[in-house]
Design a protein around this ligand. Structure first.
Ligand code: 6PG
Length: 225
């Protein structure tokens, strides 16, 4: 289906655009998949300011690191600090069980996701082209019968992760990538300006039934044709 690319002037404008989509989905009581990494933090803060009642929404995670939810490397910690703890009415949080053995945690998340309709899936983009914890040429890219699996890290932090699979992410009604900064420009070009490739996992993830939106700043978009 369609790929819409929005180029905003700077990182703050990109975060604002992503925050608007998150707040809209939360207002509608949607199931929302959130990303880790550093880029979405500002979008989460702004989304909390835009709409402080997420009581009808559910928050899921596209990936998380197998660490305690208090560990600074935890994506859940990021989401709690930047978003959930700032809300007047929090959403239902469907966190990964990151302190269990990874296989067990992935199996639990896979089961929890079965029959779940994901309205908005927010994703980041690594400089190597990874998204969620789907790394270049990794075995996880071939998984078609599971919605969540264990993934080995391809970049720092080098801890095991649990990631949604391509079929899980593609089922999202609206898939939104958020990426900023000139360091991401080559990966942005490979992910959204070239043919799909296993070497650039983000190029393999597109909403099957809905829309895929890419929100960039000018620096990240600078190598797109
Ligand atoms: C994670 C992610 C990951 C992230 C990219 C981009 O847990 O690391 O969810 O896929 O989105 O690595 O991260 P930055 O925004 O920090 O560049």
């Amino acid at each position: 289906m369609g790929l819409d690319i929005f180029v905003t002037p700077d990182a703050e404008a990109a975060a604002t655009a992503a925050a608007g989509l998150l707040a809209e989905a939360a207002t509608a009581g949607g199931s929302i998949v959130l990303a880790g990494g550093s880029t979405p933090q500002r979008a989460y803060e702004l989304a909390a300011e835009l709409h402080s009642d997420w009581g009808d929404a559910e928050v899921w995670f596209g990936d998380d690191r197998c660490v305690s939810p208090q560990d600074p490397r935890s994506n859940q910690l990021l989401v709690r600090q930047a978003l959930i703890d700032r809300l007047v009415v929090p959403p239902t949080v469907r966190a990964m069980a990151t302190t269990l053995p990874p296989d067990a945690a992935a199996a639990l998340y896979d089961a929890a996701l079965t029959d779940e309709v994901l309205d908005l899936v927010l994703l980041g983009l690594g400089p190597d082209g990874h998204t969620a914890s789907l790394f270049p040429d990794a075995p996880s890219l071939d998984v078609t019968d599971r919605l969540a699996v264990v993934a080995e890290p391809g970049l720092e932090p080098f801890v095991q992760r649990i990631t949604l699979t391509i079929p899980a992410l593609e089922a999202g009604r609206h898939v939104v990538f958020l990426s900023v900064g000139e360091g991401k420009a080559p990966a942005v070009r490979r992910a959204f300006g070239e043919e799909p490739s296993r070497l650039t996992p983000a190029s393999l993830v597109r909403s099957r039934q809905g829309v895929t939106t890419v929100i960039l700043d000018e620096a990240a978009a600078s190598l797109l044709g």
